[in-house]
Design a protein around this ligand. Structure first.
Ligand code: 2B7
Length: 646
């Protein structure tokens, strides 16, 4: 919306206030949600601007602080946001940037679109959703300052506080507790986010301090995405070194780092366009895949390494591959596909990346014979396993025996309804808890699959082996939507798949083994938000009143205190050490009944931590794993795998 009159301040003021009020009215439209994810989004908006300034070559350090009052500040060492008067509105530019919604493209004319420009909302959204927002600009020898309060209302107009030799911008804001369901910033979430940025922004230092407890981290990667990949692979058995290919083709800049690992059956490709993660891939990822496939097949053929065998498929070639693809695309060429805009659509990127990868990887293979031969051996192993798995699958399909008898374990207690969206599959730790769940369940919509012992670690076995495992075969077949590349989340026979374990270390381990399976074979189920972890209560507080038992469940220590108060004097506390200590009715009402239970939705927010956690937990090093579980799995808090309580 352009302003009609050049010096009509009040009209400009009104438009700005209406804009920010709109953000407060419908915050989810701008930041996705008002839960912990949305809260952290406020920080990303500010960091994005600091990152852009560093990307333009101004300043190589970004300092983030979580303050005791619940505010966060971000300091960059760039040029400082302009403080001069913007002609059309008569306002200082910095004030305008923090109070208008379309500040992204309007004030900048860069070649490469940036994260801030992409989302197009910027700092004003953070301001609109904050109790206060202080901006200090170090520029031209002076310290400039202004302050907004109560969702972006100007409280202190631009003033000069003194003189300085420094240059840069400092933004400190406190999210509005009236808007967010939580205002508790999490060190780990911010730390993971800035680590990802640090990998993508070679040589820029990101420092984070938590003044609530003194915790600190600092990230700076001189070798950028090369270190990203070596970090992702550090717990694994690597095949060869991290390869990096960089170049520019038709104004598109390409940076790729990749490494193969043996004894790993996953494929881990993280792609970015202009430093923004493209979660759903797109043309650059497709180009990368086809380039790799062609390079390996051509090399194998030219050197007669396939010995009469049929060509390798892309999946054979990508088993155990970790890669980071980072493209810089000029604004006018940037296209996205789909609703979430997390899939690159730029058609040119497909051929450019494909040819680039083909040429560079072919050259590398020819120069490194030993690696090439080992890689192709590994690919042939994958091909053999794939063919065997397909055969096993076909055998299951063609068998004469009754389908249910053959594919579904008799341990599965199905539900009656065929209304798939409403159906829930509970995967339960232990046969005895499974029995209790079977008695307590709603048999129309809830199916129960008890597990005996620890599930198989699918990170270290082939697909064929996974399919031979009774529990996983049953999970694959009862979900009925295929697995791996063929998995179609929309065909799932369950709207929710719910993992239900004891709240102890063994339970945590079982959860991670199951999460690993779903991550490796049914990732879309997680992305579509259909995978959950049940949260059994830790306590029940009860009391007899007039010969009737009144009680309430409690999920953690704080909740227990509340429950004690609610029930009042004379209460009794039962502590549940496991699901097995509840009877069918208790398990139903506390953990399974949709109207009372608490579920955690499993999400994969950022690739750095998801991949690291999976590889640490599932890698062969049991010492590291044990240590990690003990340090990180806290059932009184929501684990980082799992970040939303419904
Ligand atoms: C599109 C808008 C948002 N901006 C500038 C210049 C420097 C600059 C910024 C920033 C966040 C926390 C510390 C350009 C760009 C506005 O125009 S935003 N630095 N840092 C920031 O927001 N950090 C700029 C040209 C000449 N001089 C300054």
């Amino acid at each position: 919306m352009a302003l009609e009159k050049s010096n009509n301040y009040s009209a400009a003021d009104i438009e700005i206030l209406e804009g920010l009020a709109g953000v407060r009215k419908r915050p989810a439209m701008y930041i996705g949600s008002t839960n912990s994810t949305g809260l952290h989004h406020l920080v990303w908006e500010i960091i994005d601007n600091a990152v852009d300034e560093a990307l333009n070559g101004y300043g190589d350090k970004i300092t983030i602080t979580i303050h005791k009052d619940g505010s966060v500040s971000v300091l960059d060492e760039g040029r400082g946001i302009p403080v001069d008067i913007h002609k059309q509105t008569g306002m200082p530019a910095v004030q305008l940037i923090f109070s208008t919604l379309h500040s992204g493209g309007k004030f900048s004319s860069k070649v490469y679109a940036s994260s801030a420009g992409l989302h197009g909302v910027g700092s004003s959204v953070t301001n609109a959703l904050s109790e206060y927002c202080d901006i200090t600009v170090f520029k031209s020898g002076s310290i400039h300052h202004l302050r907004f309060e109560n969702g972006g209302k100007l409280a202190i107009p631009l003033e000069v506080l003194g003189s300085t030799k420094k240059h840069g911008t400092l933004v400190r804001f406190k999210p509005d507790s009236k808007i967010f369901s939580t205002t508790n910033f999490q060190f780990e979430i911010i730390s993971n986010h800035i680590q990802e940025s640090a990998f993508l922004l070679k040589g820029v230092t990101f420092a984070l301090t938590d003044e609530r407890n003194g915790e600190k981290v600092e990230f700076c990667y001189k070798e950028g995405i090369k270190e990203y990949v070596s970090n992702l692979c550090k717990e694994k058995s690597q095949l060869g070194e991290v390869l990096t290919f960089s170049g520019e083709e038709d104004t598109i800049k390409i940076d790729i780092a990749m490494q193969y690992c043996s004894r790993d059956y996953g494929e881990y490709i993280y792609s970015y366009a202009n430093n923004v993660r493209t979660k759903d891939g797109g043309t650059h990822e497709s180009g990368f895949r086809s380039g790799i496939t062609k390079a390996v097949n051509d090399y194998a053929e030219e050197n007669q390494l396939l010995k009469g065998k049929i060509k390798l498929e892309g999946t054979d070639i990508r088993e155990g591959l970790t890669a980071v693809i980072s493209l810089k695309i000029p604004e006018q060429k940037l296209e996205y596909e789909g609703q979430t805009k997390q899939k690159l659509g730029t058609p040119e990127a497909l051929t450019i990346v494909s040819n680039f990868v083909y040429n560079n990887f072919s050259y590398y293979l020819n120069e490194n014979k030993e690696f090439a031969v080992n890689l192709i051996k590994k690919c042939i192993d994958a091909q053999n396993a794939r063919v065997a798995a397909r055969k096993a699958k076909d055998e299951i399909r063609n068998t004469k025996r009754a389908k249910s008898e053959m594919i579904l374990s008799d341990k599965l207690t199905p539900c009656q309804s065929k209304d798939y969206d409403k159906n829930e599959l509970f995967i339960v730790e232990g046969e005895s808890a499974g029995g209790t769940a079977r008695k307590g369940r709603n048999n129309l919509h809830q199916a129960i699959l008890p597990l005996r012992g620890k599930p198989l670690n699918t990170d270290s076995v082939s697909t064929e082996k996974m399919l031979k495992n009774e529990e996983f075969a049953t999970i694959v077949n009862t979900i009925g939507a295929g697995f791996g590349e063929d998995f179609k989340a929309d065909n799932s026979h369950y709207g929710k798949v719910i993992i239900m374990t004891d709240a102890d270390t063994d339970g945590a381990h079982i959860q991670t083994l199951l999460l690993t399976f779903f991550y490796n074979y049914m990732k879309p189920l997680i992305l579509k938000g259909k995978l959950f972890v049940a949260m059994p209560p830790l306590y029940r507080v009860s009391k007899e009143v007039n010969h009737k038992l009144v009680y309430r469940y409690a999920w953690d220590e704080a909740d227990l205190e509340k429950a004690k108060k609610e029930i009042g004097a004379g209460y009794r506390i039962s502590r549940y050490k496991g699901l097995g200590e509840m009877d069918a009715n208790q398990l139903w009402e506390s953990t399974m009944d949709p109207s009372q239970r608490q579920l955690c939705k499993v999400t994969i927010e950022d690739p750095v931590s998801a991949a690291r956690e999976i590889s640490i937990l599932m890698g062969n090093d049991t010492v590291i794993r044990r240590q990690w579980v003990e340090e990180n799995v806290n059932f009184n808090e929501v684990d980082s795998f799992i970040d939303e309580v419904k």
